[in-house]
Ligand binder design. Structure first.
Ligand code: PLZ
Length: 449
């Protein structure tokens, strides 16, 4: 098969093809340049330099074609260079590139907001505004909640990740690498336990009830519910290790928020847009957030994020109180419209479910005979394995296994508070044969002795 492709997208040969070692000589050369031009604070999961990507593959500067189980961290759900995205963005870039929506508006921004108001959980009246990144969406959701409630405290959870800006870094649970050395942090942020079934001290069965009771007790005692503006949670903790809170936990937290006038914010930056086999992960337990933050999968890789929520909350902020120069850039808005069309027309919600149905049974079969696999979990195309030292719950480093996958041309990501989770976020358009091949590579990589 020819390696000379001029475009990415789904027409790229859907095959794993290794023509050099990984990384190859051209990538190593580029990586050396990166090391002298870019600070080490900007890490690298897999040091191959990309030239093309599409469907389920990433092609590098040496002509290797790798299987993509990462989607650029849950971004290219519709695939890289997805045709409807490419077409709309190409037209837009030739028409106009920027006016600033706050200066002179354009239709695509409004259309994206209308679509999000329709698609997000709940049929109450909603508003949406657009920003550039997940962190910016979360910051803005907190601003709105504080403004609307006149309260200051924000409650977040163990294992939570919400971004790298001052406020969102504060909201994030894990010190290294996200917070270490970057203090002082923002005030009025409080952390409570998350219902993490695999690691709950009394076991998974009472996890939801006990964790919710502890969280609510801490809020009442340490903060006072009447001082809390918002409770902020990822419906599945992403960077924390794809932790699905024990069923029943989220509804209890929502109920507590409703009873106490607290804004319930769901951070669906990683779980959003068909990823989990629902359009949004909250749908799984019928959760209707007061505010939902989205980003990543919304625009196929163009920088876009959104804050969607109850009209009465969002309308509370005075005119001109929200915004930013680039928020809802016209290229990103066209990309988002292309993404939403693609999800609908290509039935990618169903496709995400199918991916889960292929991955979970195979991973559970691996777990049966390989004691390094402590837990297999996830929904749809958001799947993870938590690695342990055999016979214990002690974390086994996922980076070691990830490196073995990378060498074989399978891009996987790590996660987890203890760095012991391998996570799989394939593009929803990945063909089944690549999914199966990737799982076979993973299965071998997990055989460590
Ligand atoms: N909320 C739930 O997952 C981003 C982080 C990558 P930004 N997660 C990927 C890294 O190491 O920086 C994320 C998320 C959730 C918020 C964010 C932040 O989104 O677009 O990276 O700002």
């Amino acid at each position: 098969m020819s390696t000379a492709t001029t475009h990415g997208g789904p027409q790229l040969p859907q095959e794993r093809r290794l023509v050099t070692e990984i990384p190859g000589p051209r990538s190593r050369e580029l990586f050396a340049r990166k090391q002298s031009a870019v600070p080490p604070g900007i890490g690298t999961t897999l040091p191959v330099f990309v030239t093309h990507a599409g469907g389920g593959v990433i092609v590098d500067a040496d002509g290797n074609s790798l299987i993509d189980f990462g989607s650029g961290i849950a971004v290219t759900n519709v695939g890289n260079a997805a045709p409807r995205v490419v077409e709309r963005v190409q037209k837009q870039v030739a028409d106009f590139t920027h006016t600033c929506f706050m200066v002179a508006p354009y239709e695509s921004y409004v259309a994206v907001c209308e679509r999000l108001n329709e698609l997000t959980p709940g049929d109450h009246e909603k508003r949406t505004f657009l920003v550039n990144s997940g962190a910016e969406a979360v910051e803005n959701a907190v601003k709105v909640a504080r403004h609307a409630t006149g309260r200051q405290a924000v409650v977040v959870f163990d294992h939570g990740y919400h971004g790298r800006t001052l406020l969102t870094m504060t909201l994030t649970a894990k010190s290294m690498p996200y917070k270490h050395g970057f203090g002082p942090f923002a005030p009025e942020v409080y952390r409570v336990p998350l219902a993490y079934p695999f690691r709950w001290p009394t076991g998974p069965d009472n996890c939801a009830e006990e964790a919710a009771a502890q969280a609510i007790d801490m809020i009442n005692k340490q903060i006072g519910a009447e001082n809390v503006a918002a409770v902020l949670i990822e419906p599945i903790a992403g960077e924390g290790g794809f932790i699905e809170p024990a069923r029943g936990f989220l509804p209890k937290i929502v109920e507590f928020c409703r009873a106490n006038g607290i804004v319930f914010i769901a951070d669906e930056v990683q779980t959003g847009f068909a990823r989990t086999g629902h359009m949004f992960a909250c749908e799984d337990e019928g959760i209707v957030p007061d505010i939902i933050t989205t980003a990543k999968g919304i625009a196929g890789g163009l920088p876009l994020a959104a804050v969607t929520g109850r009209a009465d909350l969002l309308d509370h902020v005075h005119s001109g109180g929200l915004g930013g120069t680039y928020g809802g850039n016209p290229l990103a808005c066209e990309a988002a419209l292309g993404v939403l069309e693609t999800i609908e027309q290509d039935k990618l919600v169903e496709r995400a479910r199918h991916i889960g149905e292929v991955m979970l049974p195979r991973l559970r079969a691996v777990q049966e005979h390989n004691p390094i696999v402590g837990d297999v979990r996830g929904r749809g195309a958001m799947i993870a394995v938590e690695l342990v030292v055999p016979g214990t719950k002690e974390p086994y480093p996922a980076a070691e296994i990830a490196r073995r996958c990378h060498e074989q041309g399978l891009l996987v990501l790590t996660a987890g508070t203890y760095g012991n989770v391998l996570r799989f976020l394939p593009p929803l358009v990945i063909p089944d044969h690549l999914l199966e091949e990737g799982l076979s590579i993973l299965e071998k990589a997990l055989n460590v002795d």
